[in-house]
Design a protein around this ligand. Sequence first.
Ligand code: GUN
Length: 284
Amino acid sequence: MAYKIINGKEISAAVKERIKNEVEALKVKGIGVGLAVILVGENPASKVYVANKKKACEELGIKSFEFKLPEQTTEEELISLIKKLNENSEVNGILCQLPLPAHLDESTVINTIVPEKDVDAFHPVNVGKIMIGDFDFLPCTPAGIMEMLGFMNIDVCGKECVVIGRSNIVGKPMAMLLLHKNATVTVCHSKTKDLKAVTSRADVLVSAVGRAGFVTADMVKEGAVVIDVGMNRNAENKLCGDVDFEAVAEKCSAITPVPGGVGPMTIAMLMQNTLTAAKKQNNF
Ligand code: GUN
C-alpha cells in the first residue's frame, strides 16, 4: 500500500510560524513571553530535550530562563526555585524536565508549579480539566499528535483508536484527547492479554512504549494510521521509535517517522502552551 509520511518537521514548522507571529504581535503591545526550564542532574536524553526547548524559544522570540541544577539538589532548593518562578511575572511557563533524580518526589515538585504556569499540563488541576474537556493547556506530546492528525485531515470520529502505553505524560492524556474527538479508544499496557488482537483492530494506532521494534507488521491492520511516540536507540545506537518502520509502513495509510515525527511536534506544542499562558496572564 502506498503510505503517507506524517512529517513532524514540516507540520511543526507551520505551527511555530504561527506562534512566532503571535509572539511578535504581543511584543508590539509591550508583552514579552517567557519560559523557565529546569534541569536537575545529568540525564543525557534530558539534556538534549532541554537544549532543543531552548533553541525553539530562541527561534520564536520567547525568552528562555534556564536552570541547570546539580544532581544532589535538595527538594527544598528545587521547591524554593519554583516558588520564586511562580512569582516572577517575566516567566509565563515553568517546566521541570522529568525524570528527576530518585531522591526528589516528582509529584511534590509538579504540584508546586502554579497551574497557570504549568505548560506541561502535569499539575492535577490541569489533568482534571483535561478529563472534563475544559482545559487551558494540553499535554505537549498528545496535543502534537492531535495537531498532526488534524493537519493530515485524519478524522478520528467513530474510529477504533488504540494507544499502547498508559503513562501520565502520554498514554492517558492521549486516550482522553482522542475520546474528546469521539474516537472509540482502547488503552493497552504491559498486562494486556493478546495485544496483537487489540492492536489489529486499530484504525489509528499510537505506540508509546519505549522499546525499539516493539510494533511489528503483524500487529497492524491494513490501511491503519500509525503514530510512533518512541524515542529509543537500536543495537547500532541509531535513534528509532517503537515501530518496525520498514515493514509496518507497507501496511499503513500514514505513519510518523522517528526522528522527524512526534518529537518536533511536542516542542511546538510546548511553545504554544507558553504563548497561551502569557496571553491568559495578560488578560488576552
Ligand atoms: N520528560 C520526557 N518528556 C517530558 C515532557 O514532556 N515534559 C517534561 N517536563 N519532562 C519530560
